[in-house]
Design a binder for this molecule. Sequence first.
Ligand SMILES: [Zn+2]
Ligand SMILES: [Zn+2]
Length: 376
Amino acid sequence: MKANALVMEEPGELSQKEIDIPEIGDDEVLLRVELSGICGSDVHMNEGGMDLDFPVVPGHEFAGVIEEVGDDVRTDSKGEEITEGDAATVVPGIVCGDCWYCDNVPARPTTCENRDVYGYFNVDEPPYGHGGFSEYVVIEDRASFYKLPDDMDVELGALAEPLSVATHALEQAYKPGMPHAREGFGPGKSIAVQGVGPVGLLTVAAANNAGAGNIIVIDAVEKRLEFARKFGADNLVDLTEHDGDEALNEHVSSLTNGNVGPDVVVESAGYPPAVRQGIEILRDGGTLVEVGHFAYNGEVEINPTRLVQKYVDIRGSLVYPPSQFETSIELLDQLDGEVPFRDLFNYKVGFEGAEEAYEKQANGEAYRATIHPGGI
Ligand SMILES: [Zn+2]
Ligand SMILES: [Zn+2]
């Protein structure tokens, strides 16, 4: 069958085209895409920052409605029965299941040596798993997908991906059984989130729901800081009001129990100097999670002596295992109405508005611009 799609011929060159969608096999599912978010990494791809085999149909944060179910498919990846007409969302990353990393380090699927990702495939080559900027996507048998709860708005399904990034980053700061020893994150603990774009905001919502005692958000854009309050932030720190790292440290410390700095810092700004700031803001013996630099954004000098003197833990966080989608869908369901998730989608377009949507996402006007293949 044919489907309308948005094809990136080369970085910066988008065109609307008809593409071929293969007939689904017995163990595959066909999804009609309702919406697909434009992520920071899509912007990066558009700007030429990714070495891909173009042309590709981008889009890895998508949700839609199941159009056709292969004869041998009964359930989603969680084991819930599915049928045509169910809303669902797809985990974009697909691991090979065969390499050394798949066998030995399955909790970190990005280490797979042969990983495929929806939204990064070449359009003309098998397995034809196109991204979400297409009317239809084939969910192949290697991929994980999850049905949304019956009463959940399909739109929210497009947040399962970024919320998985956020919840996984927060989970990096948990030390099993240790919060009483003030190790890592736990109920009542303080956390600072640097950069409140979508992943930062979703981290705030997740931390708040997990019982954080004090959530400090740090950003240079006042409007974003105010918005973060709706996601559960307690203290807003505007970078433009503090001259230099020392002044910033002092202020952030003054907001915490004992004036020592937060127990946990999540760096979700993706701005190199924020990493150094984050290490200094953190209380001694605290945990810093680095999730913002999913793509190369420059470098920063780190003084290793500070890491030892402060005796801090630093953890990188990249994506998540597929079951993280269960956590995210659960949270989206639980917190809908309480947390203004839908307000993140503040720039919705059909294919024709795509270029502008990329611009709005790149310049920060959109929290999460979304492409709706069926129109708005
Ligand atoms: Zn993304
Ligand atoms: Zn593998």
